[in-house]
Design a protein around this ligand. Structure first.
Ligand code: H2U
Ligand code: ZN
Length: 331
């Protein structure tokens, strides 16, 4: 029967309508991935030794390579002027920040899921270092680490890469998650996501993968058909709390989870995935570092559109999170 589920991290509701799974689909077919790319693409701006925008030549890098985005959405030199006088319909704030691109591998033809665990560990080590430099040192309030994978997600380049956008402000999603986690911590003296994960590990039905330090679930309130939430089983508040042991176990579960995604429809799963941890400032104790993974596909050739009722009222899903978790678990 149709019902609504509540997301304690954001305060939002999602409408779940399992009876609709049987409806026929005559809409647009999700484009299949293009033929596998070459090992090195001379036209790729991210491959080693190639020329990027502004005539910068990439070094002949090995492992992970980080560079400042040539088309950044934020600028470090943006004016830090005094706040403008309050204006009722045109409130605005300066936004200072930096944007970086992080190549996961010199090879053009691999995905994060296909890298050996040791190379995924190197990626995580770079995430840790970037977080330490950008947020840990107090330069910025928040650094969003993310990967946009696949042309369907608007990714412009097949080369395996992620991005980091750091800014001197706490963006909407983080502000909402901070509010809910702080409220729970104040009321119960425990972290919201610790309590939630304990509940999920006990229930079992939505658990997709786990090891001693981490667990991945399709959250009870998932909006995207195969959305997952990757949570720590320890008091990890941000990337500063990730030590070498947690890095190794994180690489293992990431590889496991992303491989399941690729197997589910026997194609590289498109997704947006990224990390949420405590922003710089107070309230750190309430936070648990976690990753959201949002793949858009419902079936191998059917993409979930967030349109109509979803744009105008609230998100709706047909497949239950429990059924999605079972399929991912078995993939
Ligand atoms: P996405 O396709 O996920 O957007 O990643 C590619 C990023 O790489 C994008 O943000 C940057 C784009 O601005 N880029 C450069 O910085 N230099 C280039 O020469 C090409 C792409
Ligand atoms: Zn490339």
């Amino acid at each position: 029967m149709p019902h609504r589920r509540h997301n304690p991290l954001t305060g939002d509701w999602v409408l779940v309508s399992p009876q609709r799974m049987a409806r026929p689909w005559h809409g647009e077919e999700a484009p299949r991935p293009r033929p596998p790319p070459p090992r090195h693409d001379p036209t790729c701006a991210l491959c080693p030794g190639n020329r990027r925008a502004a005539s910068i030549v990439n070094p002949d890098y090995d492992g992970v390579f980080v560079f400042d985005n040539d088309y950044p959405a934020l600028a470090a030199g943006a004016p830090n002027e005094p706040e403008p006088p309050p204006a009722p319909f045109t409130p605005n704030r300066p936004a200072r920040g930096v944007c970086r691109v992080l190549c996961f591998s010199p090879r053009h033809d691999v995905t994060l899921s296909q890298l050996p665990a040791a190379q995924i560990e190197t990626v995580i080590a770079v995430w840790r270092a970037q977080f330490a430099e950008l947020v840990g040192g107090g330069a910025y309030r928040w650094a969003q680490i993310f990967e946009n994978r696949g042309a369907m997600m608007g990714c412009s380049n097949a080369h395996p890469h992620g991005q980091i956008w750091a800014g001197d402000f706490v963006p909407n999603e983080l502000r909402r998650e901070a509010r809910t986690q702080l409220a729970h911590h104040r009321a119960r003296g425990r972290a919201l996501l610790d309590d939630y994960l304990a509940f999920e590990l006990q229930a079992g039905a939505r658990v997709v993968a786990q090891n001693d330090d981490w667990a991945a679930v399709v959250p009870y309130w998932a909006v995207w058909p195969f959305e997952t939430l990757l949570l720590p089983r320890r008091a990890v508040r941000d990337f500063a709390d990730v030590d070498d042991d947690l890095q190794a176990s994180l690489a293992a579960i990431l590889r496991d989870l992303l491989t399941k995604y690729d197997r589910l429809f026997a194609r590289p799963m498109p997704y947006s995935m990224g990390w949420h941890g405590a922003p710089g400032g107070a309230g750190k104790a309430a936070w648990r570092l976690h990753a959201h993974c949002y793949p858009p596909l419902l079936r191998d050739d059917t993409r979930k559109f967030m349109v109509g009722y979803e744009m105008l009222a609230e998100p709706q899903r047909d497949l239950t999170p429990e059924a999605a978790a079972a399929r991912l678990r078995d993939a």
